[in-house]
Design a protein around this ligand. Structure first.
Ligand code: BES
Ligand code: ZN
Length: 457
């Protein structure tokens, strides 16, 4: 009988074909016209989970449905909860894609499509690993629960709302998530920290209609001028957030952690050149990795107002707006940041303008302890699949439900990412390295065995 590991090797082609079919589904959670595709992606995942041998069901939520599956046939062994998401970010701007975002294309050993790495490919490799065990050994060596959601990219409100109801069902010893990155090609990593997030939209209203900027300019406040004045007061030129109280709860980096981050191989110059900028930017007194992984930030994510068409139009517009977000670090509380921000915006709002603020979503940052049997098992599994010990890293992205898993289920997440920093997540030409798609499945198949292995040192 073949081993699960051989099964993964011999089924590479089918696993790639399945991923391609999954990637063709345009399950963009931010776009309400994609609802049928959301449903299709959900059904697709459920079918795979069933055929992999999990008792599977679709759980409706106030938002997009969850797919839940389980195999609990290993009494006395640990139980893990695999989490992932079947929704993706919008593919915009489509004209910057070399091959269409929802027509998966293989080039140079990578598969290109929206969701390839974030998170369809990374999520699916867990299902491949489960299938490999089920179809060779006949069962898994540990107990596995799987929960796949469809709103991670828009703040996870459906699963967030359902979590306390599902508490008993999802009870486990650890959550396992592949929705992050390795340190570098061929260098696996275990991520022990993610940032939190607080996302806002601001609408400014000025005069009751668009005006001639010559006739009326200088007498009525222009909402775009007001908007840029206000946005400029969110951060200083070095990237330090100016909202009063913003840094109050920030957990400073310990000297030990700063030393361990500084030991990682990293070149500012190479990074600068990869980013295509003539200089790097950010808060003084912190290295690039520290700023990216462990210091809070503010970014404007979109801005609108006035005339965007060809040529020049002398308009004093009636309205303007912007989307912006803060990335948070431990122990900043999203709700406290929200109140501080609202108070500050009211204070700096110019006269003659009214503002409305929408809070899209918020989530706290996470840090997970590295001293645990789960992390040790993961390290051994990565060593077997990659022939290398993992690096221990933090990352700047957010997985909103992670902090709720800790709060509601009382468990830490093992963040085992197989993506790469240049995978173009949320950008045109998103990709996932197919070698890592299969090595990732192999690592997860080893992880099951290592978690079952009682010889943990
Ligand atoms: N996979 C990412 C999170 C991530 C990115 C982790 C990079 C580690 C490194 C996830 O799907 C994501 O993009 N999350 C959003 C959450 C937000 C929309 C609430 C994010 O971070 O922007
Ligand atoms: Zn993701």
């Amino acid at each position: 009988m073949a081993s699960p590991y051989e099964f993964i090797e011999t089924h590479r082609e089918r696993f790639e074909d399945e991923l391609k079919s999954f990637l063709r589904i345009k399950s963009v959670s931010a776009d309400s016209t994609c609802k049928p595709a959301i449903e299709e992606a959900c059904q697709f995942v459920a079918r795979k989970m069933r055929s992999a041998g999990l008792a599977t069901e679709i759980i409706p939520t106030v938002g997009n449905p969850l797919v839940y599956g389980e195999s609990l046939l290993a009494p006395g062994q640990p139980t893990i909860l695999v989490y992932g998401h079947y929704d993706v970010q919008p593919s915009d701007p489509d004209d910057k894609w070399e091959s269409p975002a929802f027509e998966p294309t293989v080039r140079g050993g990578n598969i290109y499509a929206r969701g390839a790495t974030d998170d369809k490919g990374q999520m699916y490799l867990h299902l491949n690993a489960i299938e490999a065990w089920m179809k060779t050994v006949g069962k898994l060596p540990i107990n596995v629960k799987v929960i796949i959601e469809g709103e991670e990219e828009v703040g996870s409100s459906g699963i967030g709302d359902a979590l306390s109801t599902l508490k008993d069902r999802l009870s486990c010893d650890a959550v396992v998530i592949s929705d992050s990155s390795m340190y570098a090609p061929d260098q696996p990593a275990i991520t022990y920290g993610l940032k939190g997030i607080c996302y806002f939209e601001i609408y400014l209203d000025g005069p009751k209609r668009d005006l001639h900027s010559g006739t009326f300019g200088g007498s009525v406040k222009n909402p775009i001028n007001a908007l840029t004045e206000m946005l400029a007061q969110l951060v200083d030129p070095d990237g330090r957030v100016r909202v009063p109280g913003f840094y109050d709860d920030v957990l400073p980096l310990s000297e030990a952690e700063r030393t361990s981050i500084a030991r990682l191989p990293f070149s500012d110059e190479e990074y600068r050149s990869e980013m295509g900028v003539d200089d790097l930017f950010g808060e003084k007194g912190y290295s690039t990795l520290e700023r990216r992984w462990a210091r809070p930030t503010c970014d404007i994510n979109g801005i609108w107002g006035g005339y965007q068409g060809e040529g020049a139009k002398t308009v004093l517009p009636a309205k303007a707006g912007a989307k912006f977000s803060f990335r948070l670090v431990p122990n900043q509380e999203p709700s406290k940041i929200e109140s501080a921000l609202k108070a500050y915006l009211e204070e700096i709002k110019p006269k003659g303008i009214s503002i409305a603020i929408k809070h899209h979503h918020g989530a706290a940052a996470v840090v997970v302890p590295l001293e645990s049997p789960t992390v040790r098992a993961a390290s051994r599994a990565l060593q077997k699949a990659y022939g290398k010990k993992p690096f221990y890293i933090r990352e700047g992205g957010s997985i909103p439900i992670c902090s709720s898993f800790k709060e509601v289920l009382g468990v830490d997440s093992l963040l085992l990412g197989f993506g790469l920093n240049d995978d173009n997540t949320h950008s045109p030409n998103e990709k996932f390295c197919l070698k890592d798609y299969h090595r990732g499945a192999l690592a997860i198949a080893y992880l099951f065995e290592e978690l079952a292995n009682k010889g943990d040192g």
